[in-house]
Structure formats: structure tokens, C-alpha cells
Design a protein around this ligand. Structure first.
Ligand code: UGA
Length: 435
């Protein structure tokens, strides 16, 4: 199948490389010439395990190319829209200008039988509007909505072997369904469940899934607040309730909460859309999900303040982790970087490190003090704040780190260390939702 992918950011670059890996001929189109140059050289402009190798082999095979020239899509039959839908500056709603521009940019190049496939996360109702735009342009092309569920850090695996495929199709669009079946033939052959639905359902599946995940995290973080007031241990509580298969242990890790480019803006966009539809009451609980999540960041700052004796001003705080989660260099709405910035604003001498997110952090917050290694971060520290649970941080040796710091005090913002081991090595260990 000949495929074009409009938008080569996180989603688009991964999708383009994976589709080429599956044997399709793919052209990725982006307005950012610097991004296109990097991708054409086989270098992703962001950190994602496995992607550089995949990109290079797909380019070498001749099946993958990148360009800024939208007319290159003429070669393709299936056109994926993979541009961003960030939160609008002035409200909770999603900014659709990039999606609209991508579809409008495609229109002059579409031919009869082409399929435009939306992958971006959009407010329900967008696909129907865009399908009408494509139809009224008169090329004979049609539109489908096929939401994406990939996780940063696992993006390649999630794209090549998704846990489900959702096709949002216009009534009776069997041509669209057949084209998508050809695109995803290898996943379907592995038995991947396929849900064929109308546009609204397909759009809602995506935001409902992210809203559910966000709710699950905030639920356990709410339990962490109660645990803190009672001396209970939220990690044991999560283990115990997680054994119930109806609840499940995944996404029950209490700590600093969720961030990134998806969960926070998606729940806000969902609430904004519900309000427009007159069903805001149905989603008012998401406001609480958002507040619980944001409260954890304040609590983390309070705990660091507590362990250094009540005032962080002038105290040297080692910050371990800046990315919104491990195996990513993404710092969009990162709880870790938020805490680091707040501590610095309170006068702390913050020394921050991260295995991959130093550059992305520096671009957003140039005034923080960044160092390349844990050794440099912890040297002479009055307290250590562990904010992203990178594997290397989970494996830190408390005795070794203890010999470098000024005071053995650590706040584990991700409940990823063994309190017994750290306390045995003479540390004051504090965590969110744990005695
Ligand atoms: C999320 C969804 O998991 C994907 O399914 C979805 O496709 C994607 O958004 C998207 O809409 O594009 P992602 O943003 O990569 O993926 O990150 P998650 O793995 O969901 O983690 C989100 C945040 O929740 C992170 O900050 C993580 O640290 C936090 N988290 C996760 C917790 O605090 N506790 C947990 O138990 C799990």
C-alpha cells in the first residue's frame, strides 16, 4: 500500500517508520524543514527506544522518505493525519488548527478512491465535519477515523502490535474498511481485535481510554492522600486491590501523578467538549481527577521542604528525573520539571539531572541548573528528590549515594525505592502515600 503521513512529530514519525517496516511505501510530510532533514538522515528528533534502528532500516529499504512538499502525497492512496492537537492557550479546549490545515492541504491532491485517515486525538464531532469537507471537495476521496493508542517509550511495539484497532467509518464505507484492513494486515493476522464503529464512537474511544487511565492514577493518588493521613502504605494497598482482576494492578502507581502531552490535555479537552454538548455534568469528576493530580506536585514540594527542616531557600536539592515518565525525553507538562521549577522558585539551589531529557528541559527552562550525571547532582546535596523512575535511579545504591551527599535525606516521588534498604543505610526516607 502507498501511504502518506501528514505530520512527523511523535505520532507521525513512529507511524511512518512502522508502516514502512510492515512493507508499505511511505512518505512523511511535515512543514518543519529541520525535522524533515533529521528524519531523512535516520535521526528521530526525540528519544524513543527502537525508533532510530527502525527508521534507518526503513529508509535504507527505499520504502520510507520524508519531505516538506505536500504534493508528494499524490503517490499515495491512504493519507494519515498525525498532527498535534494541543490545548488552546486560553481555554481547556483542543486546538484543531493543525488538523484542519492538514486536511485542507491534502484536498487539492486527493483522487477518487483515496482514504484520508485521522489519527490525531480530536473532540467528538471533528471527523464528521472533516468527512464533509473531503466529500464536498469532489475528488471522490473519503475519510475514516482511526485513533492511536501508542505510549511514549513503547511507541514502536504499540504501533506494530497494537492491543486493538478502531476504525471510525461513514455508514456503509466498505472501501474504507478494506483499505484499512490492507494497511493493518499483519496486525489483523495476529488476531488483533478490530472494532468498526461510527465516527463519534471512534473519537470517543480515544478520549475515554485516556480519561479512564487518568482517573485510575488519580484514584490511587487520592488513596495516597488518605494513606498519608492515616499512616497506611498506598503501595501495599495498590498491590492488594490490584490482585482483583476486575481492578488490575496496572496504572495504580501512586506518586507524582500524570503529565505528558496527552493525558492532561485530553481530559481537559474532553471536559470542554462535554460542556459544548451540554453534558458537562457527566464529566465533572474529571475536574477532580485533574486537581488530585496537580495537588501531588505541591505535596512533593512540601515533603522536600519538610526533610530539609522547613525552608528550602539556600538548600542544595538534587533532582533525579525531569522527563514526564521514564524512557522518554518529553517534558511537556512534566510533574518532575514542575516540582524542580517550584523548588527553584522557593530559593532552593536545585541541581537537576535526567538520562535523556536534559536538552528538552533546558529548552523550556533554561534557568535551572542541569548536570549530566547522578554523581554531579547528588554531590553535597541537602536532600535528594527522585521525580522520574528511570531504571538506573531505581537501582541506585543508597550507601554509594550516601557517601556523596551532605545529608542523607531522600523524597521518593515515584514510590520506586525500597524504604527498608534506604533507611538501613541511614537515610531519612519519605514518599508520597507511604509511612
Ligand atoms: C498515554 C496513554 O497511555 C496512551 O495509551 C495514549 O495513546 C497516549 O497517552 C496518547 O494519547 O497519545 P503516554 O502519554 O505516553 O500515553 O504516557 P502513559 O504511559 O500513559 O503515562 C502518563 C503519565 O502517567 C506519566 O506521567 C506517568 O508517570 C503517569 N503514571 C502512569 C502514573 O503516575 N502512575 C501510573 O501508575 C502510570
Amino acid at each position: 500500500m502507498k501511504i502518506s503521513v501528514i505530520g512527523c512529530g511523535y505520532l507521525g514519525a513512529v507511524h511512518a517508520a512502522c508502516m514502512a517496516d510492515l512493507g508499505h511505501e511511505v512518505v512523511g510530510v511535515d512543514v518543519d524543514a529541520a525535522k524533515v532533514a533529521l528524519l531523512s538522515a535516520g535521526t528521530p528528533p526525540f528519544f524513543e527506544p527502537g525508533l532510530p534502528e527502525l527508521l534507518r532500516s526503513a529508509i535504507a529499504s527505499g520504502r520510507l522518505s520524508f519531505t516538506t512538499d505536500i504534493s508528494a502525497v499524490r503517490e499515495a492512496t491512504v493519507h494519515f493525519i498525525a498532527v498535534g492537537t494541543p490545548q488552546l492557550g486560553e481555554s481547556n479546549a483542543a486546538d484543531l488548527r493543525y488538523v484542519d490545515a492538514a486536511v485542507e492541504g491534502l484536498l487539492p491532491h486527493l483522487r477518487d478512491g483515496d482514504l484520508v485517515v485521522g489519527k490525531s486525538t480530536v473532540p467528538v464531532g471533528t471527523a464528521a465535519r472533516l468527512a464533509e469537507l473531503v466529500r464536498s471537495a469532489g475528488s471522490g476521496a473519503t475519510l475514516a477515523w482511526n485513533p492511536e493508542f501508542l505510549r511514549e517509550g513503547f511507541a514502536v511495539k504499540d504501533t506494530l502490535a497494537p492491543d486493538r484497532l478502531v476504525y471510525g467509518l461513514a455508514p456503509g464505507d466498505s472501501v474504507g474498511e478494506r483499505l484499512l484492513d490492507s494497511v493493518y494486515a499483519s496486525a489483523l493476522a495476529l488476531g488483533t481485535p478490530k472494532v468498526v464503529a461510527d465516527f463519534a464512537t471512534a473519537e470517543l474511544v480515544k478520549v475515554a481510554a485516556n480519561a479512564f487511565l487518568a482517573t485510575k492514577i488519580s484514584f490511587i493518588n487520592a488513596m495516597a492522600e488518605v494513606a498519608e493521613a492515616t499512616g497506611a502504605d498506598v503501595t501495599q494497598l495498590a498491590d492488594a486491590i490490584g490482585y482483583d482482576a476486575r481492578i488490575g494492578r496496572k496504572f495504580l502507581n501512586a506518586g507524582l501523578g500524570f503529565g505528558g502531552g496527552c493525558l492532561p490535555k485530553d481530559i481537559r479537552g474532553f471536559m470542554a467538549r462535554a460542556e459544548e454538548l451540554g453534558v458537562d455534568q457527566a464529566l465533572s469528576f474529571l475536574r477532580e481527577v485533574d486537581s488530585i493530580n496537580l495537588r501531588r506536585r505541591g505535596r512533593m514540594v512540601d515533603l522536600v521542604t519538610e526533610v530539609v527542616g522547613g525552608d528550602v531557600a539556600g538548600k542544595r536539592i538534587a533532582v533525579l528525573g525531569l522527563a514526564f515518565k521514564p524512557d522518554s525525553d518529553d517534558v511537556r507538562d512534566s510533574p518532575a520539571i514542575d516540582v524542580a521549577v517550584r523548588l527553584a522558585a522557593l530559593g532552593a539551589d536545585v541541581v537537576a539531572t535526567d538520562p535523556e531529557a536534559l536538552e528538552t528541559s533546558r529548552r523550556r527552562f533554561p534557568d535551572l541548573n542541569y548536570v549530566a550525571s547522578v554523581d554531579d547532582a547528588v554531590r553535597g546535596a541537602d536532600a535528594v528528590a527522585l521525580l522520574t523512575e528511570w531504571k538506573t535511579y531505581r537501582a541506585l545504591d543508597p550507601t554509594l549515594v550516601g557517601s556523596a551527599v551532605a545529608t542523607r535525606a531522600i523524597v521518593d516521588g515515584r514510590n520506586c525505592l525500597d524504604p527498608v534498604q534506604w533507611r538501613a543505610a541511614g537515610w531519612l526516607y519519605r514518599a508520597l502515600g507511604r509511612p
